[in-house]
Design a protein around this ligand. Sequence first.
Ligand code: MG
Length: 112
Amino acid sequence: MYKKTLMIDLDGVLNNYTKYEEDYIPDIKQGAKEFIEKLSHNYELILYTTRNSKQAIEWLQTNNIDKYFKDITNIKKPAYIYIDDRALKFNGNFDETFKEIGNFNVYWKKKL
Ligand SMILES: [Mg+2]
């Protein structure tokens, strides 16, 4: 069965990310394993991260979700959907997108 590809970001999507630390990847986010497992039935999953891939693979293995990913990359590859904590859905309207960029907040950053 042909499966569409999903590219899934690591930091801020699959883990409890709050700030970048080179030698440490935060703990897996609650529900992430079930989410990945469920998606893997119908989609080909690629992990998208700018982190060192060896470090990212170890994290996937530690959390026992490495088997659900077909590949790991820092290159934007063809995919059906990209899942990222730092993304805007472009709706074709530059003015709206310009405003959204100005108002953008990652969900995991506490509002003051
Ligand atoms: Mg991220």
